[in-house]
Design a protein. Structure first.
Ligand SMILES: Cc1cc2nc3c(=O)[nH]c(=O)nc-3n(C[C@H](O)[C@H](O)[C@H](O)COP(=O)(O)OP(=O)(O)OC[C@H]3O[C@@H](n4cnc5c(N)ncnc54)[C@H](O)[C@@H]3O)c2cc1C
Ligand code: FES
Length: 282
């Protein structure tokens, strides 16, 4: 039931390595993807679901998931929402500017355990970013898996991330259902929460693994609905977020019960964090 062991950075994990912004992609309001290329000859090595600490001199660091699916091009994507000091300052950067990177850190999605299984991915808002690498992995190795389905929800149609990739994902074999909280006159899709779209996949329920990322309350309801539908709680994986500092299990900033989100997570089998997730809102 443990998540796949995490590879640690091969270099000094305290020291940021400099990366250049190769491209900036405007995604949705306040969210941009920064395509980063190393200034050295390193080839970034990471697993789907891991994150980096992105460092901007004079501002500090922020934990950001790696959102690209492949490191073959020697580039890594980071999809960033402007919320505070570091992320707002990063938004002011342009192509050619530099940022520091520490990482990769954290446990990846349990990709090795997914072979031969159906996989249901449930994402909310910018929570699709940490799932994009595993979607790309599953689709690149499509024949190794059973049914692949993504249920994705956002507040409004204009806040649906990576929409330009949806047709390619569908062609590659990903079944998708999309929903929004508030539609527009042009919106013909579903309106409501992601759990309304959850139902048993065609394969045996015991053969399905659920990967979910989004607001914590959404993940709790996804887990509850999945268990009600008969899915195995141990086959539900959630990706948690907390403020981070060292990202290596040393400072305690991200401690969540007995777990350190940076080192033991951010991806956890749901039963391991279920009781803590219930307590969070009290
Ligand atoms: C493992 C992990 C992966 C992440 N991946 C991404 C990503 O792919 N893209 C992205 O945009 N952000 C991501 N985040 C969130 C990001 O690290 C925080 O939003 C970060 O604080 C932004 O730094 P800042 O200096 O801009 O904002 P800050 O000044 O640190 O904070 C701004 C506001 O956000 C709150 N806050 C800070 N961190 C968090 C958090 N982790 N969860 C909830 N509220 C928080 C603060 O309390 C404050 O109200 C991730 C966080 C973690 C732990
Ligand atoms: S961020 Fe320091 S222990 Fe997790």
């Amino acid at each position: 039931m443990n998540a796949t062991p995490a590879p640690m950075p091969a270099v000094n994990p305290w020291l940021p390595r400099m990366f250049r912004i190769a491209e900036i992609i405007a995604e949705i309001p306040s969210v941009r993807t920064f395509r980063l290329a190393p200034e050295s000859d390193e080839t970034p090595d990471f697993l789907p679901g891991q994150f980096n600490m992105v460092y901007l001199p004079g501002y500090g660091e922020a934990a950001i998931s790696i959102s690209s699916g492949s490191h073959e091009l020697r580039q890594m994507d980071h999809t960033i929402r402007a919320v505070g000091d570091v992320t707002k300052a990063i938004m002011r950067l342009g192509p050619g500017d530099q940022v520091g990177i520490r990482g990769p850190f954290g446990n990846p999605w349990p990709v090795a355990r997914l072979r031969g299984k159906d996989v249901l991915l449930v994402a909310g808002g910018i929570g699709l970013a940490p799932l994009r690498p595993v979607i790309e992995y599953l689709l690149q190795n499509r024949r190794e898996f059973g049914e692949l389905k993504l249920i994705y929800g956002a507040k409004t149609p204009e806040e649906l991330l990576y929409q330009r990739q949806f047709p390619a994902w569908a062609i590659a074999g990903l079944e998708m259902e999309v929903t929004v909280d508030r539609g527009t006159s042009a919106w013909k899709g579903h309106i409501g929460v992601v759990t309304e779209l959850m139902r048993p996949l065609h394969g045996a329920k015991g053969k399905t693994t659920i990967l979910t990322c989004g607001p914590e309350i959404m993940m709790r309801f996804v887990a509850r609905e999945a268990i009600n539908l008969g899915y195995d709680a141990g086959e539900i994986y959630v990706s948690l977020e907390r403020n981070m500092k060292c990202a290596m299990g040393m400072c305690g900033v991200c401690q969540f019960g007995r777990e350190f989100i940076c080192k033991d997570g951010p991806i956890f089998p749901f039963p391991r964090v279920a009781s803590l997730m219930q307590l969070e809102d009290l």
